[in-house]
Design a protein around this ligand. Structure first.
Ligand code: IMP
Ligand code: MG
Length: 191
């Protein structure tokens, strides 16, 4: 797992989902979404930054005339535990009233971020509002929320890669990996 050119691999304890597994799943999700939304005015909302890579791949498997907008929210401070504080850092560029909206998320963990986000979006009166997440950690849920489309259920481990970060790093790993606990223990101790 080590590479002279890419030492971040060394911080990964285990590969949970390979690049190939992710690619197959993303194609399946895109196909399903294409079927479900046929004939509808579909707008995707990518939640920055974690879902950026997933959304970029997903949209290329959706064979419909969609639009793509972005929203940035912060739920985590530094570290790996949710702070419970959710802020909109960047809002949508376009209104969603009367449109079919699909929120694209990287991971649903406690569900707090998504709950807040959905409440905010629902108040803007879309025709429908659904959620597509790549990863789901159901064992950690603190509010009742079920994504409509989900790539993979994963165990309660802190994962990085394919858009997911720890302290803004590791997003560019092409797979989903479990970060070695000593990495975040080391980082948190040093701050
Ligand atoms: P929630 O509010 O606890 O559901 O947290 C959702 C957000 O926390 C996600 O959009 C991620 O940005 C982040 N997050 C949760 N679990 C992980 C993880 O295992 N690795 C990286 N980020 C995570
Ligand atoms: Mg994050």
């Amino acid at each position: 797992m080590s590479s002279r050119f890419w030492p971040i691999h060394e911080d990964v304890a285990e590969i949970l989902l390979t690049q190939e597994q992710i690619a197959v799943k993303v194609a399946e999700l895109g196909k399903q979404i294409s079927q479900d939304y046929e004939g509808k005015d579909l707008g995707l909302i990518c939640i920055l930054k974690g879902a950026s890579i997933f959304a970029a791949d997903l949209v290329r498997h959706i064979e419909l005339p969609i639009s793509l907008d972005f929203m940035a929210i912060s739920s985590y401070g530094m570290g790996t535990k949710t702070s419970g504080v959710v802020r909109i850092l960047k809002d949508l560029d376009h209104p969603i009233q009367g449109r079919h909206i699909l929120v694209v998320e990287d991971i649903v963990d406690t569900g707090l971020t998504l709950k807040y986000l959905l409440e905010s979006l629902r108040s803007r009166q879309p025709a429908s509002l659904h959620v597509c997440t790549l990863l789901d950690k159901p064992s950690r849920r603190r509010v009742e929320i079920e994504p409509d489309y989900n790539g993979f259920h994963i165990p309660d481990k802190f994962v990085v890669g394919y858009g997911l970060d720890f302290d803004e790093r590791y997003r560019n790993l092409p797979y989903i990996g479990v970060l070695k606990p000593e990495v975040y223990q080391r980082e948190l101790a040093g701050k």
